[in-house]
Every structure is written in C-alpha cells, then in structure tokens.
Design a protein. Structure first.
Length: 218
C-alpha cells in the first residue's frame, strides 16, 4: 500500500475517539474537556493535513500550528487534574516556554512553514512525558483500580506516543536521514504507535463518567 494512504488510514483513527466524544460529551466531566477539545482539533487537523498534502504537497504549516495548540491543551488538561496545584508558577512557566520557543523557531530560525519545529517538538514532548509519568505515579498511590481509569489511559498513551516522537525528532536533528528505507521504517512505526494511542484514547473516552471522574488530590 502507498505510504501516504497508509498514513491517512492510520492517522484517521483519531476520528473514532472524536465520534465517541461527540456522542458522550454530555456525560463527561469538565476536567476532561481540554482533552476532548484536543481530540476534536486533531480530527480537524487530520482532515486539513490530507487536503493540504493532496493540493499543496505539504502539511507543514497546519502541523506546526497544531503542535502548539496540542501542547497548550495538554497543559490545560494537566492543570484540570490538579497536577499544578502546588506549583502554579510551573504551569505558566511552561506556557511561556512553549509559546516563546515555538515563535522563535517558527519565525526567526527559518522561513515560516518551510520545515517542522524539531526543537520545540522535543521540548514539549519531553515535558508532556514527565507530566504524564507524574500523574500516573500519583494515580497509582491514590487509586486501587487504574486499568479502567481514563486519566491513567490518557497518560499511558501520551507516554508511549511522545517518547517515540522524541526519538523520531532526534533522528532528524542528528543526521540519521541517509537511508530512505530507514526513514520509511521509522515513520511507519510512528504511524502504528499513533494508531495504537488513538485507540487507547478512544477507550479512555468510553470510560469517562461524571460520577467516577478522577482528579489528583495533593
């Protein structure tokens, strides 16, 4: 199968979670709303990416804009589950860091939209992984059953996806681009990881309940 169409099919799996969230939105606690909004934004981005790739041959511009939105929505999500309750300065500091780095890399280090923002992607991906691990650790201490907990599933999915995303960006930054077959294999694995995580997110949305929502209390 053509790599482009394989990518389109696997990445479109985010529509599953988007559809479930649309149907169940009235039953989902507000703590999870930033994540739901991000899922819907991801659905829009995948649609725009497909159209841009077909008509213009690139989806760089909408992708780097989506990355910034993704980083901010996830910070909002972590704030909603009280991860920044004892350190609000960290929340605002990360916002300034993400926006500042995105602006510098997008407009000052190169022509806007000419290539992806690797340094920004690595920075915010590392931050999301660390925040997700912190949330999981708190959850393990405070919940007896975590397997069906939406917060646990979301954070596990983010740890898996953003860890591999860091690896991919490091490959691009440090010159491991020579072998076309190697690059293709790396991208295929990323698409499969993304597909798996989208299914995990869809499952998490299915298990979101008003009466059983989890927030970190500390």
């Amino acid at each position: 199968m053509n790599l482009f169409y394989l990518s389109t099919i696997l990445n479109s799996s985010i529509l599953i979670g988007g559809a479930i969230a649309l149907i169940r939105f009235g039953e989902i606690r507000k703590e999870y709303h930033p994540f739901i909004f991000l899922i819907w934004l991801g659905c829009v981005n995948e649609t725009v990416s497909y159209i841009s790739a077909v008509t213009q041959g690139t989806n760089v511009i909408n992708s780097i804009i989506y990355d910034l939105c993704e980083s901010l929505f996830l910070l909002w999500f972590f704030r909603n589950i009280q991860l920044f309750k004892r350190n609000r300065a960290l929340f605002f500091g990360l916002i300034v860091l993400f926006v500042g780095l995105w602006v510098v890399e997008s407009f000052f280090s190169k022509q806007f939209g000419s290539q992806f923002n690797s340094y920004f992607t690595i920075t915010y991906s590392c931050s999301i992984v660390l925040l997700s691990i912190t949330a999981i650790n708190k959850l393990l201490f405070e919940e007896r059953e975590v397997v069906k907990n939406p917060t646990f599933l979301i954070c596990m999915g983010m740890v898996i996806f953003f860890t591999y995303k860091i690896v991919v960006e490091m490959f691009w930054l440090y010159g491991l681009r020579e072998s076309r077959s190697f690059r293709i294999n790396v991208l295929i694995i990323l698409m499969c990881v993304n597909f798996l995580c989208n299914l995990i997110y869809a499952l998490a949305i299915l298990w979101m309940r008003k009466k059983r929502a989890f927030t970190l209390q500390f």
